[in-house]
Design a protein around this ligand. Structure first.
Ligand code: COA
Length: 330
């Protein structure tokens, strides 16, 4: 008999078993679909001011055969949660995935969440099991995204020409930092972050903008530092000193061979000056200089985000998967 149980992320043996199931269930995917153990071991039990997490396991006897994760934003979008289910490949089609999702939805509803979102990864432009599973569980496709990967060899081959094509515009400055925003730009950075959800194409995803106070930014930064994640950030400053745009590449101490793009945003007032490309070149240069072992960086963006796709293509990113953003109203 398979039981569904909550897993305490501070119980390292249980967390390891949970992590193994997720790794096995995602092993067929290209790129870097699952974090290294050391990152999960440190990040999942750590306090997180931004997000609450619940881990569940499907246990058969003494073995974990399914793993589920629910994340809830604590600072904004209090009506939403994100649910993820993983079934060990030798135990699929037994109803384990369904029971995991049902339990995650109960936890979400118990916390007052009314919209549950999820993600399904497919071969580029194709279809597959996760999509059939999502449909069976009542989730609709809210947005289509591309998962893209850049190898450092490809980047370095293009780097000089790119940098020449996107000089920092007259009067602007680009500064870089590791995770911790300089005090003098904090309030202005918060204003830019507050625009993110309004500016990023979200398709049908039911998400709302939120306020980023200086204190909220500092708390989020402290968590990144605590779990060994370096948010290598480039920030564009307008002639009046305000933050005109920002972009980052994140690299974990536990896995310095792989980076991940977090946010990229240029204030609409400052668009059309190739600041997006200049910022991305700056973050990628910073990552290359800081992590000699870096092999690849990945990112995802909406298929309809023409401008961001053009920038990423120019950098040398290639699409490796299609990501369906899923949504269900409870
Ligand atoms: C997707 C996944 C969780 C499904 O787990 P599972 O335990 O096999 O799912 P279930 O047995 O509960 O299937 C529930 C329903 O999903 C649909 N489904 C699942 N696998 C399917 C497949 N291979 N083909 C068609 N439909 C499928 C069916 O409608 C099924 O109901 P049925 O068996 O009564 O017909 C599992 O394949 C997995 O771990 N994949 C990798 C991770 C992932 O993509 N997770 C989903 C997004 S978070």
């Amino acid at each position: 008999m398979v039981d569904i149980e909550q897993i305490n992320p501070r119980n390292e043996a249980a967390l390891r078993a949970w992590w193994e199931v997720g790794r096995a269930a995602t092993a067929y995917r290209p790129g870097k679909p699952w974090p290294v153990w050391e990152q999960s071991r440190v990040a999942l039990p750590a306090d997180n001011p931004e997000r609450g997490i619940t881990l569940i396991g499907a246990i058969d006897g003494r073995e974990m055969v399914g793993a589920g994760l629910l994340t809830r934003s604590l600072r904004d979008n209090l009506h939403t949660a994100m649910a993820f289910a993983y079934t060990r490949p030798d135990r699929v089609r037994e109803g384990i995935g369904r029971r995991l999702v049902e339990e995650l939805e109960v936890v979400a509803a118990g916390d007052g969440r009314t919209t549950v979102q999820s993600e399904a990864y497919l071969p580029p432009g194709g279809s597959g099991v996760p999509e059939a599973f999502a449909t069976a569980m009542g989730y609709a496709v809210a947005s289509r995204e591309s998962i893209k990967e850049l190898t450092l060899t490809d980047y370095l081959a293009r780097r000089e020409a790119l940098a020449a094509s996107a000089p920092v515009p007259d009067g602007y400055r680009v500064i870089t930092f590791d995770t911790v925003c300089p005090d003098e730009h904090l309030d202005s950075f918060g204003r830019l972050l507050g625009m993110l959800l309004a500016e990023v194409p979200l398709g049908e995803l039911d998400l709302e903008d939120s306020e980023w106070s200086a204190e909220r930014i500092r708390e989020a930064e402290r968590r990144q530092v605590a779990i060994g994640r370096h948010v290598q950030t480039a920030m564009a400053l307008a002639p009046d000193g305000s933050v005109a745009g920002a972009s980052d590449v994140r690299v974990d101490d536990s896995d310095p061979a792989h980076g991940q793009v977090g946010i990229t945003l240029v204030d609409p007032v400052h668009r059309g000056r190739r600041l997006g490309l200049a910022l991305k070149v700056a973050t990628h240069d910073l990552a290359v200089a800081t992590y000699p072992e870096l092999v690849s960086v990945d990112t995802s963006n909406a298929e309809v985000n023409t401008w961001m796709n053009a920038v990423n293509d120019a950098l040398g990113y290639r699409t490796i998967e299609t990501l369906l953003e899923l949504q269900k109203t409870l």
